[in-house]
Design a protein around this ligand. Structure first.
Ligand SMILES: *[C@@H]1O[C@H](CO)[C@@H](O)[C@H](O)[C@H]1NC(C)=O
Ligand SMILES: *[C@@H]1O[C@H](CO)[C@@H](O)[C@H](O)[C@H]1NC(C)=O
Ligand SMILES: *[C@@H]1O[C@H](CO)[C@@H](O)[C@H](O)[C@H]1NC(C)=O
Ligand SMILES: *[C@@H]1O[C@H](CO)[C@@H](O)[C@H](O)[C@H]1NC(C)=O
Length: 483
């Protein structure tokens, strides 16, 4: 039964009783504590707190005389402790149409810290003007909520500036700390590493600088760690091996550097590893292959270097997204990648990969995007025309100057975009000239490459192209002959 209905029934019963028997005295004073069994101090603290955020026009005692009962306030939840209502959740900001929107001159009233049983506190889009009205988080008072607060969130508050107060370190019951897309800056406070009950720590999209504190690795209960989109620098602490429960690790878009620590392999339950757009180097650590739950590995845009052959990719059977583009990779594309049956996205573009890509890659059953462009792959691309037709531009092999596709495909309508046909046709077109010229092999081939790199893409394949090709080849061969 909802509190409202309960109270309504109680009131109704009392009313009927009053009608039926002799009712004496002042009903109001008798009934007030039953209708709104809320301590005066708690009620006043709630009104004052909200007024600080939404503006002085807001008169709580007028508008919401019974905030936990029959006049509920949007964004406020209550619970009964020893027969009295207490506020357990306070959500400020435009979540719903009738939510509490923040005023321009928003301020933290210290009454907030008098709410004895507050478990959840969140601010969405509340502090919005960093120039006109910057607001800092109050310091040295959070200990008052230490016994109750489990979830603290500040989302999309560009006007919330300054540092994270060390007072957050007192919130020993905190399970979720979300500081997402605010104007906060400074170092990540080491004290957060003491919040050992944390299961979610999101400090993304602010302006934090400095190193990731070593003791974050002691947050053994953590399931989600997101420090993305700041300006964090320095190495990934080896202590991160202690985050063995972690499901999601997002450190993308920072300036982190150094090796990927082998301790990452301890994160056996990790499903997301996003380290994109940093400065990590030192090669792909072999222990990555121990992250058997991994579904999404995104390491693109890091000077990682090394090769792909050192990992047994077939161990990562849950991989769905593998993005290793622009990571300075060298060496060949291993066939073991073709054993990742669930893989949908494979990005190996813009590296220095060499060798001939195995046609087994085209047999990846779930693949919807496969990028090999911008490498130094060589030889004949032996994927099927059906595959090129299915993938269209979601298969990328362009910008591999020494890669070509078999001539037989030229008659089909599906050829890999930006890849030239192989050059056997020169021999085929000009067998006589060639033999006459006394087996000057090599030259003709090189010239063909030159032509292809002028931009004769697969789109130019028609009768005219053949004629043109024959003419140019003859010209080049003659030119070679006379020079
Ligand atoms: C709210 O209104 C009541 C009268 O309706 C008044 O007594 C009280 O002072 C007001 N409170 C605030 C905080 O303005
Ligand atoms: C990993 O997940 C499994 C299954 O959900 C769970 O039983 C196990 O405790 C988790 N491991 C860690 C280190 O949290
Ligand atoms: C590939 O290697 C060449 C020569 O070793 C180097 O100049 C180039 O920058 C490398 N390209 C990439 C994308 O790493
Ligand atoms: C591409 O590979 C060839 C050998 O296969 C090598 O000679 C050439 O320097 C490489 N190009 C780049 C840009 O690394």
């Amino acid at each position: 039964m909802k509190p409202f209905t309960a109270i309504f029934h109680t009131t109704l019963v009392l009313f009927i009783l009053c009608l039926g028997v002799y009712c004496d005295g002042d009903g109001d004073t008798e009934m007030a504590p039953m209708v709104a069994p809320m301590e005066k101090t708690e009620q006043e603290a709630l009104y004052s707190t909200i007024q600080g955020f939404v503006g002085t026009w807001w008169n709580g005692s007028d508008l919401y005389p019974d905030p936990c009962g029959w006049t509920p306030i949007q964004g406020v939840s209550c619970d009964l402790y020893d027969g009295f209502w207490y506020v357990t959740a306070l959500n400020i900001g435009p979540v719903q149409d009738n939510s509490l929107d923040c005023a321009h001159n928003v301020e933290f009233k210290l009454h907030l810290f008098e709410l004895k049983h507050l478990k959840t506190l969140s601010f969405l889009n509340c502090f919005i003007s960093p120039r006109k009205h910057p607001v800092t988080i109050p310091a040295n008072i959070w200990y008052k909520l230490a016994g109750s607060l489990e979830s603290l969130e500040f989302r999309s508050n560009p006007g919330l500036v300054g540092q994270v107060p060390t007072g957050f370190g007192d919130l020993r019951k905190l399970q979720s700390l979300v500081l997402l897309e605010n104007g906060l800056s400074g170092n990540l406070p080491t004290i957060i590493g003491n919040l050992v009950s944390l299961r979610r720590l999101v400090i993304a999209g602010n302006r934090f600088t400095g190193h990731i504190p070593d003791n974050f690795g002691g947050l053994g209960e953590l399931l989600i760690l997101d420090l993305s989109r700041n300006s964090l620098s320095g190495p990934l602490p080896t202590s991160f091996g202690g985050l063995s429960s972690l499901l999601k690790l997002d450190l993308s878009n920072n300036q982190l550097e150094g090796d990927l620590p082998s301790e990452l392999g301890n994160m056996k339950n990790l499903t997301l590893l996003d380290l994109r757009n940093n400065k990590f180097s030192g090669g792909l650590t072999q222990s990555l292959q121990e992250m058997a739950s991994l579904e999404d590995m995104a390491l693109s845009n890091n000077p990682i270097g090394g090769d792909l052959l050192s990992l047994e990719w077939q161990n990562l059977q849950n991989l769905v997204i593998l993005d290793l583009s622009n990571t300075g990779l060298t060496g060949e594309v291993p066939e073991s990648l073709a054993e990742l049956k669930g893989l949908r996205f494979l990005g190996l573009n813009d590296n220095n990969l060499t060798g001939n890509p195995s046609p087994k890659l085209a047999a990846l059953p779930s693949v919807t995007a496969l990028y090999l462009n911008g490498n130094n792959l060589t030889g004949e691309l032996k994927f099927s025309g059906w595959f090129y037709g299915k993938m269209e531009r979601r298969f990328g092999a362009w910008n591999n100057p020494n890669l070509c596709y078999p001539v037989e495909l030229m008659s089909s309508s599906h050829v890999p975009f930006g890849v030239k046909p192989c050059d056997q046709e020169v021999t085929y077109l000009e067998p006589d000239t060639r033999t006459k010229l006394g087996n000057e092999n090599g030259n003709a081939d090189q010239n063909f490459h030159f032509m292809a790199s002028l931009g004769f893409s697969s789109h130019a394949i028609d009768g005219l192209w053949w004629v043109f090709l024959a003419e140019i080849s003859t010209m080049i061969l003659l030119w070679n002959f006379f020079s």
